[in-house]
Design a protein around this ligand. Structure first.
Ligand SMILES: *[C@@H]1O[C@H](CO)[C@@H](O)[C@H](O)[C@H]1NC(C)=O
Ligand SMILES: *[C@@H]1O[C@H](CO)[C@@H](O)[C@H](O)[C@H]1NC(C)=O
Ligand SMILES: *[C@@H]1O[C@H](CO)[C@@H](O)[C@H](O)[C@H]1NC(C)=O
Ligand SMILES: *[C@@H]1O[C@H](CO)[C@@H](O)[C@H](O)[C@H]1NC(C)=O
Length: 504
């Protein structure tokens, strides 16, 4: 039953794709599910719904009937079980008033047991018999209408209307007297039909209830690592239209347990739902402010090893003590260029201590994401177990990052665009700018960028629902948004094996 839930969930998490413009207030991540996506979700929902109905046992039906020549018979139908359901056609339509799902022309196979006992003045000794019967239900229709509302940052799924209608049913008796068949057809047909209608309607309502409970239980904040959280509160009501459903979440990073990131909003953010003409199930748009909030949070974070961001120890800081040309990191290599350094620290190893001096500025461009960051690179000499900073160079770095999505992971590739450097301070006299440039260039090109790329290659898992995977994802750069247009596949096996371990 739980996956029943997931159907609507998917539709929620991501919402509209035909060409219309969604207006979101304060929502920096927006999702659109197209009619194609809605159709996909519908199929999963129906599949899960059927799974929850098969083996459903309906209440026993008991009736006293007058049978010619036999007398008064008490007939009981028990263990009425829905064995199978086949759905011929189904559709889902969304519109301003809600999402309407209908299954039509479905058939169901039922099995049941019958027994009767009767007595009359003709047959003073009571007779009784029992056996099995099967029932085929045809032309069954099931429909439901739901609406989605934002209630204080969580989504509420409201079941507006639902029902099940049985068109026709035929009964096949195994054994039993011929009069019994007539009795079942005449007297019980209606009861069996209503039992099926009620049983299935109850399941629909129960399923939507569970789905709603699941939505309500979704967190408003997701912790990313030890010190950052992502605000996943829903913003505004979902926008339902005839071609898509759109939702928005706040999407900004905040420091864990601390409210520090300024939540500055422009009045209205406009996000297009178009996927460049591609028929994709969903589109997720991320505003560049999401990256900026992350940059701010990680810049401020102190001494917390992060699984998310690149720099090793502390927040945005890294130590380089290895270079492909290791000799550069020894004062001996510098003896002719900076004699003062060699004189003071002969033949000592050196390291570079790189730390960001302001949060990286990140913006979405037409073909990639641009980042610029101001870093201080301290040149340290390592002498007798001591770290002695001898000079500090300030470097303004611009890089571009192209993004790719492979399954549920987002990967990036960083490219150094340009940098400029100047000497901030020095205890070893003046350093030639060309020297600084070549040192920094070597460090950036041979160590820093490759290292960051290695980290970026590991990928960042996208916040998705267990059991669902992106398929044929495309990245669109629509400044200030970066969007992912994708189809979704449902890994039922994955869901089944992982579900027991899943704690939301
Ligand atoms: C399924 O639907 C098609 C047309 O939509 C119809 O021709 C066919 O008879 C239906 N089958 C059943 C079993 O209802
Ligand atoms: C009725 O069905 C059950 C299985 O559901 C079977 O064990 C039993 O033999 C059947 N009885 C008759 C009379 O066919
Ligand atoms: C999360 O986002 C919601 C909606 O924008 C906002 O009301 C709330 O204050 C945010 N929470 C935090 C901790 O920033
Ligand atoms: C690296 O530089 C930063 C900022 O100047 C400083 O706080 C940190 O202690 C230095 N780390 C090492 C290992 O030198």
């Amino acid at each position: 039953m739980a996956p029943f839930i997931l159907l609507v969930l998917v539709s929620l998490l991501f919402v509209p794709t035909s060409s219309y413009v969604q207006q979101t207030k304060e929502g920096f991540i927006s999702g659109v599910i197209s009619d194609k996506g809605l159709d996909f979700a519908k199929d999963i929902l129906i599949e899960q719904g059927i799974a929850s109905i098969v083996q459903l046992q309906l209440p026993e039906i008991e009736k006293s009937v007058q049978v010619p020549f036999i007398g008064n018979a008490k007939v009981i139908l028990s263990e009425i079980t829905i064995k199978d359901i086949q759905v011929n056609s189904s559709s889902v339509v969304s519109g301003e008033s809600g999402i309407f799902l209908v299954v039509s022309g479905a058939t169901a196979d039922l099995a049941m047991k019958w027994r009767y006992s009767c007595s009359s003045w003709l047959i003073p000794i009571g007779i009784s018999d029992s056996g099995n019967a099967t029932v085929k239900v045809k032309g069954m229709q099931v429909g439901l209408t739901v609406d989605l509302r934002n209630e204080e940052g969580t989504l509420k799924l409201i079941l507006l209307d639902y029902g099940c209608y049985v068109g026709d049913l035929s009964i096949k008796l195994e054994g039993g007297a011929s009069w019994l068949y007539q009795v079942l057809v005449d007297a019980f047909q209606g009861n069996i039909a209503s039992a099926v209608e009620d049983g299935i309607s109850d399941k629909v309502s129960e399923g939507i209830g569970k789905l709603d409970t699941l939505l309500q239980s979704l967190p408003k904040q997701i912790s990313v690592d030890n010190f950052a959280e992502l605000n996943v509160s829903f913003v505004g009501n979902p926008v339902l239209s005839s071609t898509s459903i759109a939702i928005a979440i706040n999407g900004l990073f905040t420091e864990r347990n601390v409210f520090l990131v300024p939540q500055r909003y422009r009045k209205r953010l406009q996000v297009s739902s178009a996927c460049g003409g591609l028929p994709k199930m969903i589109k997720v748009s991320i505003h560049e402010n999401v990256f900026r909030s992350a940059s701010l949070v990680y810049f401020r974070a102190d001494n917390c090893p992060s699984s998310f961001f690149w720099f090793q120890e502390g927040s945005m800081q890294m130590i380089i003590d290895e270079l492909p040309n290791q000799a550069i990191l020894n004062t001996a290599e510098w003896r002719f260029i900076v004699p003062q350094l060699y004189k003071k620290y002969p033949n000592d190893d050196m390291q570079l201590n790189i730390s960001a001096s302001s949060p990286p500025v990140i913006l979405v461009d037409n073909q990639d994401i641009r980042a610029s960051v101001l870093v201080d690179i301290a040149i340290d000499v390592l002498e007798a177990g001591e770290v002695i900073p001898v000079a500090c160079i300030s470097v303004d770095i611009s890089a571009s990052c192209s993004v790719d999505i492979i399954r549920n992971k987002i990967n990036g590739r960083l490219k150094l665009e340009e940098f400029s450097a100047y000497l901030k301070w020095s205890k070893i006299g003046k350093l030639h700018i060309s020297l600084i440039q070549s040192l920094i260039s070597t460090a950036l090109k041979t160590v820093v960028i490759p290292y960051l790329n290695l980290e970026l290659k590991k990928g960042l898992a996208l916040p998705t629902i267990d059991g669902f995977a992106f398929q044929n994802a495309n990245i669109l750069y629509l400044p200030p948004w970066i969007a992912v247009c994708t189809d979704v596949s449902y890994l039922e096996d994955y869901y089944l094996t992982q579900h027991s371990a899943y704690v939301s």
